[in-house]
Design a protein around this ligand. Sequence first.
Ligand code: BG6
Length: 508
Amino acid sequence: MQDSTPAGPCVLVIFGASGDLTKRLLMPAIYHLKRSGLLPESFAVAGVARRDMTAAQFRDSLRKGFDQLSGEKLDPAAWDWLAQRMQYLAGNLDDPATYQRLGKLLGEIDSKYRTGGNYLFYFAIPSSEFDQVVQQLGAAGLVRQQQAAWRRVVIEKPFGSDLASAKELNHLLWEFLDESQIFRIDHYLGKETVQNIMVLRFANGLFEPLWNRHYIDHVQITVAESIGIGTRGTFYDATGALRDMVPNHLFQVMTLIAMEPPSCFEANATRNEKGKVLDAIHSFSRERLHSDVVRAQYAAGRVDGKPVPAYRDEQNVNPGSSTETYVALRLMIDNWRWAGVPFYLRTGKALATRKSQVIVRFKQAPLTLFRDTPVDRMTNNDLTVMIQPDEGVSLRFGAKIPGPDVRIGDVEMRFKYSEYFQAQATTGYETLLYDCMIGDASLFQRADTIESAWRIIQPILDEWKGNRSDPLPLYPAGSEGPDEADIMIGRNGRRWRPLIPPQTHAPA
Ligand code: BG6
């Protein structure tokens, strides 16, 4: 991104400007874009929220937030440049007058900063408010593109809460916007290592020839979090781990691992290939809903030595809640590349550690040659894409342990992003915001891929809705997850790669 050119003139309009997302991620990302020279001279930010405050107070609160949260030393010149371009409008999002005043403010900003009538509307608001903001923007004529001026909206997840509501939201958006104006954001696609999956696969001759059912035994995708649900009880209890993480973050990673090479780096070429992967996923039969899906909830435990209450005792959680905080799935992709290769996905809160990674496990070599030696098992060749916290790629293979006997030990070659590249601090939103400004939707979800993702998990949601009284497996906070997930993967003789490698095995 460093070598890119600045985006064209525009105003970033943030709905929910007084909220956490703006403070923690959006404004720091905008600041980083400024520091990288990627913002145009003709740029401004217009924050909109209910809270009554002046533009000066808005700037101040963002500045304080940056100092408290980022851990970076602020470049005063870059910040001042940005602060001069920050405006604030207090208003209720359900009040048409707010949008009239916004239209007027944007007109003034256009004259002052020569932003050309190009507006990027960012919905940093609860999903329950998406509908009304789209309708109000539409009614006020603010998303109508005129002459050379573009209008785009960025929509945060969750995009719907099931297939029907996602479809409804798509239809509502299309009443006022063309699909090319809609940027459905998934912040996982802003992560360098996630984007690197395409480079790893398609810019190297080494991996792609092996990237199929002939050589790959299975794939594990893990997004483990050590944090509980904190203050998000109200949202989370109505959402659960499946909706919160799977049709978006985990499926994005999975489609990048599984898709065919797109014909070019154009948004629709990539999204077509991702869509084909989702469409090829076997739907869950009744039987598979029991054998290939595990849900669980955390019980009290300790994470990093600190006590964590049971999920049901968390703030704003129903004490009898059956919302899952952990989910594991076995998916099968029914195409020529992947037939017979299971993809195991798991994600959960309050687990032993924070770790997001993909493990591509290759088939084992035959034991034949080593039959008369002390070797009784062959190494699992794992290609690991580490997404966080340490971004990188590693490859595990077997090597001879020095000595007169033939004995094999597991060794690992590791590439760490931080050791090779001088990466600047990022929030993961920089590339995504920049792409919205230049109109590149490659890293954003299209209506059909969103709906395909919900279609896959809809039978699970339906099943769970009907079975709320079934006992929900529990796992202690700070553990590797529920036994049921080990049983699921173990049914085919496989095991999860431990989140915390056993001490006795040096490299893992
Ligand atoms: C969000 C979920 O989309 O992603 C959160 O709503 C989750 O529940 C977060 O904690 C995880 O993101 P990251 O970047 O910390 O892995």
